[in-house]
Design a protein around this ligand. Structure first.
Ligand code: ATP
Length: 546
C-alpha cells in the first residue's frame, strides 16, 4: 500500500526537477509502483484536482486555525514564517520544522484521499467544525513534508510544475504504451483519474474499452477561429453547414432510460442546476443518447445576458427561485451516441440526421447549408440580427474529434473595428524575417495629445502589403531598439478584433483580443484615428452584451 509520505517525497523531487521529460519519467516510475486505484488517486493529487468539479471547501484561515490549535503559534511567528515562504505548503512545513515534528503518520494515500473526499462533501450546519476535526485528524499525525503537500492539495495549488499532459506522458511510460493511445483514452474517458486507473489495470486492453458510454462524459470537440465567412470557404470546400453560435453554456447531455445527467464544457456535473432541461430531455429525447447543445437564458423570445446562466450554475441551492427569474432554452447541435451506438466516427451530416430523428420537440440550432460566401454572409447577418454571437461553420463530412481544436469546426464571431495608428513595428521571423510585420497599434488620449498603445498584430496583410508597409515604415523610422522599429505615427489602419479586455499590459489599461488589420486607411490622417473614449465605450457595451 503506497504511503502518503512517498507521494509527498515524489512531489518534492518533481518540484525541483526542471526537465519536463524527466518529470514525466519520474511520474511514470511512481505510477508503476501503485495499484490502479492508488494511481487514480495519485493523479488527482498531483494536479490538486478532484473529479466532476468537486472542490474542497477549506480556506487558508481554517488551516491556520487548526494549526493554531496544534502549535503554540503567535501571530507574529506566523507572520515571520509567512514572510520567508513562497507558498502555503512551505508555510506549513516551516511551522512543523519549528516544533520538530518529524514523525510520519504512516497514512496511505488512500486514507488521506478518503478524508479529502469527506472534506469535499461537508456542508450545512456545523460543517465548519466537522471540517476542522477531519483536517486536524490528518495533520496531527503527519510530519512536515506530508503536511506541506496536504496543505497544497487543499488550497488547490501544488506548484510542482505538473500538468495533465505530463501525467499522461508518465502513464504512457508506466504502462509502455504510445502516448497517442493514452491521449485517445483520456479524451474518451474524460477524466484523468479514470484514465490512469483503467490503463494501469488493463494495459493495452483498456483500448478495447474505448467506446462511448452514457454517464461517462467525453472531452468536447472545439472550434478554430475564422475571421470571416470568406476565410471559412478558404478552409472548407463545397457546401458548408452554418449554425447560429449561441452565447450560452455548452452542455453534454447523457440519457439512459429515465436517467439524465448534464455535463459542462469542462465535464462538471450541472444536472442539479438545470432541472427543467433534465425534464425536457427525459420527455423528448428518444432512446438512450449522448447529445450536445447550448443552454441559453431566454425571456419572451429574447436572449438574456450570459451572466444569468452563470447565476443559475452558481446559485444551485436556490434553483426553484432562479428557475422563474432565468428561464432556460436548449438548442441542440450534435449527437455523439444513440441507442447503444457511438456516432463520433460518423460524419457531421449523419450525426445531424440522427439528432433530428431523436430530438422530439427540442429545437436544434438554427442552421443553413451554404455553398457561397454571399449566402454565408447573409446567414451570418441573420445570426447577428437574432443576437447570436456569430456562426459555427462545420464540415459536412467531418467526424467528431473529442478534445481537439481542429479545422472541421470554425467559429466566426461578430467583430468590431477601430482605426488605430501604427507607432512601431517588429522585424518578423522565418518567412517574414525581411519584413516589419508585428505592428504596435495605438489610439489617442486627446486631452494629453498622446498615443496609447493598445495591441499588436501581424495578421491581415498580404505579402505584397507587408513589403510595401516595411518600406513605408522604414521611411518613417525614428529609432531602432532590438527588433523594434519605432516610427513617426502616420499610418492609420482599420483593425478588427473580437473583444477588448482590461489589461495591465498597456498603460491605457485595455488590450485588443485577436486583432487583425482589415484595411490600410490612407484616406485618414493620424489625428482622425479613434481615441480611448471610443475604446471604453466598446468595452462597456461589450460588458452589457455578455
Ligand atoms: P468561445 O469562447 O468562443 O465560446 P470555446 O473555447 O468555449 O469558445 P469553441 O469550441 O472554440 O469553444 O467554440 C465553440 C463554442 O461555441 C462551444 O464551446 C459552445 O459553447 C458554443 N456554441 C454555441 N452554439 C454552438 C453551435 N451551434 N455549435 C457548436 N458550438 C456552439
Amino acid at each position: 500500500m503506497a504511503k502518503f509520505r512517498e507521494f509527498a517525497e515524489i512531489c518534492e523531487i518533481l518540484g525541483k526537477e526542471n526537465s519536463k521529460k524527466e518529470k514525466a519519467r519520474l511520474i511514470g516510475e511512481f505510477l508503476r509502483g501503485l495499484s490502479p486505484a492508488e494511481g487514480k488517486i495519485a493523479s488527482y493529487l498531483f494536479l490538486a484536482h478532484f473529479p466532476a468539479g468537486r472542490r474542497i471547501f477549506l480556506s487558508w484561515s481554517t488551516l491556520i486555525d487548526v494549526l493554531g490549535e496544534m502549535f503554540p503559534l503567535t501571530p507574529w511567528q506566523l507572520q515571520e514564517i509567512g514572510a520567508e515562504s513562497v507558498d502555503v505548503g512551505e508555510i506549513v512545513e516551516g511551522i512543523y520544522q519549528r516544533w520538530n515534528r518529524y514523525k510520519s503518520s504512516g497514512f496511505s494515500i488512500e486514507q488521506v484521499y478518503e478524508k479529502l473526499e469527506e472534506l469535499s462533501v461537508q456542508g450545512g450546519k456545523g460543517a465548519s467544525k466537522k471540517r476542522k476535526t477531519i483536517l486536524k485528524g490528518l495533520l496531527v499525525g503527519m510530519d512536515g513534508l506530508e503536511a506541506k503537500y496536504l496543505a497544497k492539495t487543499i488550497v488547490g495549488e501544488m506548484r510542482i510544475g505538473v500538468q495533465e499532459g505530463m501525467v499522461l506522458e508518465g502513464l504512457a511510460y508506466a504502462v509502455g504504451l504510445p502516448l497517442e493511445d493514452i491521449r485517445k483514452g483520456f479524451l474518451l474517458f474524460g477524466d484523468i483519474g479514470e484514465t490512469v486507473e483503467t490503463f494501469l489495470g488493463k494495459g493495452r486492453e483498456a483500448l478495447l474499452n474505448l467506446s462511448l458510454k452514457p454517464f461517462r462524459p467525453i472531452q468536447p470537440m472545439l472550434a478554430q477561429m475564422a475571421y470571416s465567412i470568406k476565410e471559412v470557404f478558404e478552409e472548407m470546400e463545397g457546401e458548408v453547414a452554418l449554425e447560429f453560435k449561441y452565447d450560452g453554456a455548452r452542455v453534454q447531455i447523457h440519457k439512459q432510460g429515465e436517467e439524465v445527467r448534464i455535463f459542462s464544457r469542462h465535464l462538471n456535473d450541472l444536472t442539479d442546476a438545470f432541472p427543467e432541461i433534465v425534464e425536457k430531455v427525459r420527455k423528448n429525447i428518444k432512446g438512450d443518447a449522448i447529445i450536445e447543445g447550448e443552454v441559453v437564458a431566454m425571456k419572451e423570445g429574447k436572449f438574456l445576458p450570459f451572466q444569468d446562466i452563470l447565476r443559475r450554475v452558481t446559485r444551485r441551492k436556490e434553483v426553484g427561485k432562479m428557475r422563474g427569474k432565468v428561464p432556460l432554452e436548449l438548442f441542440l447541435f450534435d449527437c455523439l451516441y444513440s441507442a447503444g451506438e457511438s456516432l463520433i466516427d460518423k460524419s457531421y451530416e449523419e450525426r445531424w440526421r440522427k439528432l433530428e430523428e431523436i430530438a422530439g420537440g427540442i429545437p436544434l440550432a438554427e442552421r443553413r447549408i451554404v455553398s457561397s460566401v454571399e449566402e454565408g454572409e447573409r446567414f451570418f447577418k441573420l445570426a447577428l440580427q437574432a443576437k447570436a454571437e456569430g456562426v459555427m461553420a462545420k464540415a459536412l463530412k467531418g467526424v467528431y474529434t473529442p478534445g481537439s481544436r481542429g479545422k472541421l469546426w470554425l467559429k466566426v464571431k461578430k467583430s468590431s473595428t477601430l482605426d488605430l495608428v501604427i507607432i512601431a513595428g517588429e522585424w518578423g521571423y522565418g518567412r517574414r524575417h525581411n519584413w516589419i510585420s508585428d505592428y504596435h497599434l495605438a489610439c489617442w488620449d486627446r486631452e494629453r495629445k498622446e498615443l496609447l498603445m493598445i495591441g499588436k498584430t501581424f495578421k491581415g496583410l498580404t505579402d505584397e502589403e507587408f513589403q510595401e508597409m516595411t518600406e513605408r515604415l522604414l521611411s518613417l523610422k525614428i529609432r531602432e531598439e532590438g527588433k523594434v522599429v519605432y516610427v513617426k505615427p502616420e499610418v492609420v489602419v482599420e483593425v478588427a478584433f473580437n473583444d477588448i479586455q482590461k489589461s495591465p499590459r498597456y498603460r491605457c489599461g485595455y488590450a485588443l483580443r485577436l486583432a487583425r488589420i482589415i484595411r490600410i486607411r490612407d484616406d485618414k490622417k493620424p489625428e482622425e484615428a479613434d481615441d480611448i473614449q471610443t475604446v471604453e465605450q466598446i468595452f462597456n457595451s461589450q460588458q452589457a452584451n455578455l
